[in-house]
Design a protein around this ligand. Sequence first.
Ligand SMILES: [Zn+2]
Length: 423
Amino acid sequence: MAGALLLWWWAGRGWLLEVNGYPVGVVASPAVVQAAVAELAKTTRLPGKVKLKDQITYRRLWWPCRQVLSLAELKERLRGRLSFCAEAVAVEVNGRPCFFFSDEATARAFLEEVRRLYTVKPGVPASFAEKISLVKKEVPLGKLMTLAEALKLVKEGERVEEKYTIKEGDTFWDLAVSLGLSVEDIIACNPNLDPWHLQPGQEIKLVRERPYLTVVQSYTERREEEVPFPVQKEYTDQLPPGKVEVVQPGVPGKCEKVYEVVAQNGREISRRLVETREITPPQAQVERLGRRILLASRGGGHSGLIWPASGPITSPFGPRWGGFHTGIDIGAPYGAPVIAAASGRVIRAGWYAGYGETVDIDHGGGVVTRYAHLSAIYVGVGEWVVQGQRIGSIGMTGRATGPHLHFEVIVNGVPRDPQRYLP
Ligand SMILES: [Zn+2]
């Protein structure tokens, strides 16, 4: 009788297995569970190093011994329910763990590979802009990366979600261009938005790609460059007006320039010139220009001058209101073009007392033309202008009662009657 009772007692005992407090099944003994966990751990990538993260507890209970779980059944139930973790080496970027490797050697190889990937200048040290540290950490097995997986992540960059508040006048298309995204990307992030009717103050979501790591290279670069040759102009009476003859062709020089370059992730972000050393100086080109232009006035042939503005002469050269009008006034609408009457060098460009905004052009041989009362000036002192080039706009600056061009022809410092030179 006692023996039968004992047999019943022994046969009816089981262990209720709980994982993290949740019942999983009844087993014959904790040893079966340990065997199942050990076999599951073996199927992971790092069988030797993994630790079980879950809490396993047992409760004794009465249970018909024929109905306990077999090892195979138990493994099936535990698969996917257990999470293993491993001691990993985390690569922290500015204190944030981003990449996880099973050992330090792989972590170091990874950083070396990223550095190599973004090196533009071999032999120049490459450093990370971010603060990088290797930290030992226990992480779930699924977070561990192979070298190839981590490198793929680096190449893709990190997707960061940002919010953007619509400003007056924004359109999806302008936004896409200024943010470096495609319109499709922006629409995909904001499926409920009507791209045709953006409201100022409205918030939209943007997903942008940001690099995890920034490899910086700073180096100096020496480069041979060409130096353009200067042009020396000589005026001559032997050539017709406006005609140019090259007496001696110019030869460009050579110099060595030293730049300080900074590259980030393989892209040059700044280049500064720090030194220029001449190797061979350029040889100037010598040109002869026909200047006969202004020495012959009307009647004696063609002077070469063209009208600086189109319009009637509203006030001629000569005595006027008890004084002397040193040029001609050409009536033209405000803002109309004023052009160079002949080629030459600009010797004045700016405000000149009663003349207002004024341009003077030196044509060589003591001949200067003057354009006064301008509303705008398009040339600067020292600039070479060609006949017909726009130099300004009709205005009424200085002593002028209405918009017009006051035009002078000055020969050896003496104003002459421009009409005698104009066609
Ligand atoms: Zn005038």
